[in-house]
Design a protein around this ligand. Structure first.
Ligand code: CIZ
Length: 310
């Protein structure tokens, strides 16, 4: 009985959201780490750059970003004339917070010769101090486009930095940040899962520790993991990234089995977004994410350099 009441309430909530979306002329974006019910109401789901690029292409006046702050900032930089809403203002990113702009500025002063590459998971202020932006899908390609003579200051994720150094064969100075959700996954947990599911392939995100990546059959971004699993003949996969990705993986591959490498791989910030908050956001036009003009202009240079290379 409770289930029926809940599902009726949810259906009404979804209807209200869709009505408000139309009224506001909004497009709804959901990152693949979002809860399944949020991914279901979105016009686009995917990684942060793909979503921001889709939003920039649409005619919609409002971008409602179901994700975390740096993603909404990126959308605002790529669509400066549109209103960008984040349904939960406290949905931050601890990895981005590990590289405060002031500290990055002093590091760059210390190392004036370096090329600065910042991962999309960084604040707009940090992007504006960077020569290039990158995502986990294109970080290796971006590093390879930089002369091997140059040292690269790569921030904020040290695990991604080490992976890029190895794959791109570039000298990289890693910033010492990490994503708690990915960094917490241990080699022991992965070994245990592999023993439990010996037929399964292990697919991990490069934000995981190097010793975890060493055990993987595939290392890649969220988009890479989804493509790899969908196009592979193998039927079982152990997934080493945030649990939300299991939703599109299972939905798009009903004949395959997906296990999370660890049930602790949950980003609490991503899970702050709820259907109720999405509705409130559209009704009240909150929370509007803006990026100061000068920061936006400089960040766009770093983002466009990445887009040109890829
Ligand atoms: O860029 C993104 O959306 C993130 C955070 C990860 C990925 O691999 O797509």
């Amino acid at each position: 009985m409770n289930n029926i009441v809940n599902s009726l309430q949810k259906n009404n909530l979804v209807k209200e959201i869709l009505a408000w979306k139309k009224r506001r002329d909004a497009v709804i974006l959901a990152h693949v780490y979002q809860p399944g019910e949020i991914q279901d109401i979105a016009d686009f789901t995917g990684d942060s750059l793909f979503l921001s690029q889709q939003a920039a292409k649409t005619q919609a006046k409002i971008i409602l970003f179901c994700g975390v702050q740096f993603m909404a900032e990126t959308a605002s930089i790529l669509s400066p004339k549109k209103i960008v809403l984040l349904p939960e203002i406290n949905a931050g990113c601890p990895l981005a917070d590990m590289a405060p702009a002031e500290k990055v500025k002093s590091k760059i002063k210390e190392l004036p010769e370096v090329v600065v590459v910042s991962y999309v998971n960084s604040s707009a202020a940090v992007k504006s101090l960077s020569d290039y932006c990158c995502t986990s899908a294109n970080a290796v390609q971006i590093a390879q486009a930089i002369s091997a003579e140059k040292d690269i200051l790569f921030l904020p994720d040290m695990n991604l930095a080490n992976y890029v150094a190895r794959e791109a064969k570039r000298k990289i100075i890693p910033w010492s940040g990490f994503c708690p959700t990915h960094h917490l996954l241990t080699k022991e947990e992965v070994v245990k899962m592999k023993k439990l599911h010996p037929q399964a392939l292990l697919l991990v995100h490069p934000e995981c520790r190097p010793e975890v990546c060493d055990l993987a059959d595939y290392i890649g971004s969220t988009r890479g993991i989804i493509n790899f699993a969908s196009n592979n003949q193998v039927k079982e996969f152990i997934i080493g990234t945030e649990l939300g990705i299991l939703y599109p993986l299972k939905k798009n591959n009903p004949n395959k089995i997906f296990f999370s490498a660890s049930n602790n791989m949950i980003c609490p910030n991503m899970k702050l977004i709820t259907l109720e908050k999405v509705l409130y956001s559209l009704q009240n036009m909150v929370f509007q994410i803006t990026v100061p003009e000068e920061i936006s202009r400089k960040s766009l240079i770093a983002l466009n350099r990445m887009i040109e290379i890829t």
